[in-house]
Ligand binder design. Structure first.
Ligand code: E4P
Length: 214
């Protein structure tokens, strides 16, 4: 499983990318809205100049024509832009056209396995099931990853599964075990993945022994 970073914040993206583990970036309109004094397009230019992997940029239009118009403009910014499209009938119409035009897509707001299968069959490059938001309403987000992974394996579907709406490190481990190709992770959770008290204790003990050597 690969790691993407789920943010539009440049400081977080730079810090995360420097760790050498980040293969891509996902944004959404809520994340972009938190960023002040920068246009969406300029932020995408900054991100794509740093990160060579997939950078998801979401369309705002709700009709296929509007999504196609917005998506084609966003795709001109850099070759590694992936157009993020909501899981609706209009969204999938746009995805099938983007797919024929060679523009990569990430179908977002996936909450059940049929939605993922539909998106894949429309030609989506990625599907994004939202784990945390399912857990929030008492459903099992991770179970959805297992189901989508099984279906895609049984039917030899190449669309990649991005485990999204990740809230804690356990989501990351479980998403990997259940076959997600990618987890897109907020900066805070990415940094939590490094933590183990025995690592800190071990470094402390090594340093103490080194400083007390004869
Ligand atoms: C990523 O593609 C999603 O937009 C994001 O993971 C949503 O996360 P949230 O449910 O914490 O807003």
């Amino acid at each position: 499983m690969k790691f993407f970073i789920d943010t539009a914040n440049m400081d977080e993206i730079k810090e995360a990318y420097a760790l050498g583990v980040v293969a891509g970036v996902t944004t959404n309109p809520s994340l972009v809205a938190k960023e002040k004094n920068v246009t969406f397009e300029d932020r995408l230019r900054e991100i794509t100049a740093l990160v060579p992997g997939s950078v998801s940029a979401e369309v705002i239009a709700l009709d296929a024509e509007g999504m196609l118009r917005e998506g084609r403009e966003l795709a001109k910014i850099a070759p590694n832009i992936t157009i993020k499209v909501p899981m609706t009938p209009e969204g999938l119409k746009a995805v099938s056209v983007f797919s024929k035009e060679g523009i990569k897509t990430n179908v977002t707001l996936i909450f059940n396995a049929n939605q993922a299968l539909l998106a894949a069959r429309a030609g989506a490059s990625f599907v994004s099931p939202f784990l945390g938001r399912l857990d929030d309403i008492g459903h099992d987000g991770l179970e959805l990853i297992s189901k989508i992974s099984d279906i895609f394996t049984i039917h030899s579907i190449e669309t990649e599964i991005i485990a999204a709406s990740i809230r804690h490190p356990q989501h990351v481990t479980e998403a990997a075990l259940r076959g997600a190709h990618i987890a897109t992770i907020p900066y805070k959770v990415l940094m939590q993945l490094f933590n183990h008290p025995l690592t800190d204790k071990g470094i402390e003990a090594f340093l103490a022994d080194w400083n007390n050597r004869g």
